[in-house]
Structure formats: C-alpha cells, structure tokens
Ligand binder design. Structure first.
Ligand code: MEV
Length: 344
C-alpha cells in the first residue's frame, strides 16, 4: 500500500492531545456501487449522523469497556493496537454507539476511526489523509477483503465519491494493483431513511461470494453496469434530481439482486417503504443488514413509520458533515473558561 498520495482538501487532521481523549466518528450509508468498489469501480456514499464514540485514558493494560478479552478477540481492536497503538502506553477504552453491528451502516469503520483517532491524539496527532490510510489498512487487515470506502466516510465525513465525480480530491489510496481516489460531493440536504432488518451479515464472506460471482465470464460486463449506475448516480445527486436518484437506487438494487446479496427480509422492507419513496435499495454488503430509501418530499415520517411497522429498526438520517473528530474534554466541575480579549 502506498502512502496516501495527495490531500489538497483534507483539512483539519487529529491534533496532539493529552489523555483523557474522546473521539466521535460517523457511520456510513452507500447509495451506489458497493461491491463493485472493491474491484476499483465508482461508489457514492454518505457519512451519516449516527455515531460511534470512543474515550481513552491511560491505564496499566489495554481494555475495552472494562474488559481485557476484547483486546485479543475483537479483530478490529487487536489490529488497531498492534499496528498503531503505542505499546508502552496502554489505554483503557470505553465505547458507545448508535450503529448496530454488522448492519451495513459502517459500525466497524466508525469504531476503527474513533480508536485510531484517540491513539493518534496521544502520539503527536495525524493528518486526515494519513488517518484514512491507517483506518483502511486496519479494517482491511481485520476483514481480509474490502475497499477504502467505509473508512473514508468515517474519516472524511460528508458525501464522498470514490473513483468518480468531479468534486475536490480529498486523498487517494492504492493497494494490490487497484487505486481509489476520494472526492467530496455537495450535499443536497435530503433526509434518508434506513431500515435495519435485524439480520446481521458477514461482510468478508459476502464480498468473497460476490468476487466469485464477478469472476464468471459475464463479471466484467456486470461491473461495467454497476459503474454506469454509480457514475450517473453521482451526477444525479450533484444535480439534486431526486426522481433520477430514486430510479438509479432501484437499478442498483437490481444489480445487487443479480450478484446474489438480497434477502427476503430486505425485499419485504423495500416493498413496505416504496409507496412513500422515490427509490430504495440494499445498502452495504447485503445478505442481511439494511436498506436505504429516499423519501418523496414531505413523506419522511411516513417512510420511517412504514419501516417500523414492517418490524425493522428505522432511522431518518442526514449527512454528517464532518468525519472523525476529537470532542472537547469535559472540564472539571467549577472550572470556567476565560477567553483572552486578545484572542491568543
Ligand atoms: C461494505 O460496507 C461495502 C462493500 O463494498 C465492501 C467494501 O467496500 O469494503 C461490500
């Protein structure tokens, strides 16, 4: 893996800070191009305003939520510590999250981004492109497969296009003969509705199964169809063309069905939400997990109710404008902040 090549607009890295430190990272929702992005094709995804928070303070030994076992057993944490945690300075980590695990909503990428941000804060700070590189290497190392999309959303925030679009370049990754450039896309300000089926999925297994499907003789053609939908989808979001985005969500969903990652519960949820929406699709690896739907204007609550009535966990989300950030440390009781009139 090469170093992240460019960060012309990846402003605001993680500053150096003394412990205790708390970081917060957003989840993600993929609109177009999941699976195909693993093979270098375009993707469009949102950082969403459901967050994972990780707090760290110095300790005698590494722990997560007061237990030491997850340090060995949680592959994301084990990898984060082995690769980027200062070995001589263990941290006690506590975490809280609104993202269900294995739901397709980026819980592992948000966790990795928050852990690596608190680790970076205690080791001199880190630029955002470099943090994105570390997060990708860690998530991929833990899963064995994958693209930098999910971790880019957790680190970069906003709406991001990978290998497509014409927005400002945030950074690039290259790995194993593939490369991915990450660009910002303007946010049309819509509310998106998500439905988590409650059926957890195994991203690595699903990515491998789709990889086998794409190795069939028609695989290249399928990848080109994914790429065409994502490319048009990026343009439709930039143009704020809600109906076109909805139609393309549907088209992308049909491709995901074709590569075998739908599930009867996801189809039920799609049918339940469709009357209130311009389009709905699987989001993330599929084979369980979640759907994303784009409501018709003014019908957001109806879409949320329809998903809840169909027995799923429903969320109305908006784009999280910022990627992982350090939160201000709570000041001890009684301490007041006095600002200098000179502003220094
Ligand atoms: C998983 O959230 C998205 C996939 O495209 C895998 C990846 O990009 O790492 C299925």
């Amino acid at each position: 893996m090469n170093a992240a090549a460019a960060e012309p607009t990846s402003e605001g890295g993680i500053p150096a800070r003394a412990y205790p430190v708390t970081a917060r990272a957003p989840g993600k929702c993929i609109l177009f191009g999941e699976h195909a992005v693993v093979h270098g094709r375009p993707e469009l995804l949102l950082a969403i305003d459901l967050y994972t928070q990780v707090s760290a303070h110095r300790a005698e030994a590494w722990s997560l939520n007061h237990r030491t076992a997850p340090v060995r057993e949680n592959p994301y944490l084990a990898r984060s510590i082995a690769d980027w945690g200062p070995p001589d300075r263990p941290l006690a980590l506590t975490t809280a999250s609104r993202l269900p695990r294995a739901s397709g909503l980026g819980s592992s990428a948000a966790f990795v981004a928050a852990v690596l941000a608190v680790a970076a804060a205690g080791t001199g700070g880190c630029g955002r492109a470099e943090l994105a590189r570390r997060c990708y290497l860690t998530e991929r190392g833990a899963q064995g497969v994958g693209s930098p999309g999910d971790t880019a959303a957790a680190v970069g925030g906003g709406i991001l296009s990978i290998n497509g679009g014409r927005g400002p370049l945030r950074w690039t990754h290259s790995d194993g003969g593939r490369s991915w450039s990450v660009r910002s896309v303007p946010d049309p300000g819509w509310t998106w509705v998500l439905g988590y089926s409650g059926i957890p999925h195994d991203t690595a297994r699903t990515v491998r199964a789709v990889g086998e499907r794409l190795a069939q003789p028609d695989g290249e053609e399928l990848l080109e169809r994914f790429a065409a939908v994502a490319t048009e989808g990026i343009e439709a979001v930039v143009a704020e063309d809600r109906d076109r985005v909805g139609a393309l969500l549907e088209e992308n969903h049909r491709l995901l069905v074709e590569v075998g990652v739908s599930h009867p519960r996801l189809e039920e949820l799609r049918s339940a939400v469709r009357p209130a929406c311009v389009g709905a699709k699987i989001t993330g690896a599929g084979a369980g997990g979640s759907i994303v739907a784009l409501p018709r204007p003014g019908r957001e609550l109806e879409a949320i109710r329809r998903i809840a009535r169909a027995g799923a966990v429903a969320y109305g989300v908006r784009v999280a404008p910022e990627g992982v950030t350090l939160l201000e440390a709570p000041r001890p009781a009684g301490e007041t902040l006095v600002e200098s009139p000179e502003g220094d």
